[in-house]
Design a protein around this ligand. Sequence first.
Ligand code: COA
Length: 284
Amino acid sequence: MTRGPAREDAELDPSLELDSSPFRPDLLEGRVALVTGGGTGIGRGISLWLAAHGADLVLASRNRDHLEPAAQEIRALGRRALVRPMDVRDPDRVATVVREAAHEMEGLHIVVNNAAGNFLTRAEELSPNGWRAVVEIVLDGTFHVCRSAFEPLRDSGGGAVVNITTTYVHTGAAFMAHSGAAKAGVLNLTRSLAAEWGRHGIRVNAVAPGLVAGTEGARRLVESVGRLAEFEAGVPLGRLAAPADVARAVLFLASPAGAHISGAHLVVDGGESVGGKFGGHEDA
Ligand code: COA
């Protein structure tokens, strides 16, 4: 597979803050990372942060059109990028993609379960099929990917899984019963796998973003429930998370920086979940 131009020739998306990374650019040199839903939103941010720090990427999601532009950006950073259409709900397809990607990339060291699906709905109006769709994507999908990745991670000398959860896993959230229950399951799965797979050198952690600016999820929530300023006023650090904030946390946990961390749940929400609504902002 051909490599793109060297990193210094690539134009970096300034919103991803890659030029001000606190990490060494070769932190993940020689590592291969699989990111589900890696072409858009938070997943794209994570993929580009991993690539900008030396990793080669496998991007997998339902829609190839969502993946190709991100793959081009990764190649422009001088890293390899494979694009694999895959619905995480299909265990056979997941197994094939993970096995073939690990073979083609000659290893697998990092897996980021970022693919998700949700919509705002009253629980009493949620159809069984709507419930099933979200739980199958979020919880079942994360399990299928983890299970398929176990052997390649182990055989690559160990590795790191990072599952993307949410801040409402502990509290629940109105209109998100399906997503909250599924993400809570993902957190528990994260800890069970951390307990089982540590002896194989595989660390399993989770990152819980609050509302992330610029994503489809944020747009929908703000449109349905309120104005952006109201959400920001509820964040002690004074702003919503950006994809770069989540990506930095994932990179930390996936890299040697997180070498002795497993089973952790790292919240990236500017303190929103502990600060309470309008906490710390006297003028809010
Ligand atoms: N409100 C209520 N029910 C909804 C809905 C909405 N906005 N969107 C989907 N559903 C229901 C459907 O009506 C269907 O139930 P039914 O058969 O009883 O009518 C069920 O969910 C499955 O919908 P479908 O569109 O067939 O599923 P899908 O597998 O193609 O889509 C979803 C998965 C439901 C998660 C869809 O919302 C999606 O793909 N979203 C885009 C990705 C996304 O959400 N990303 C996360 C952003 S934070």
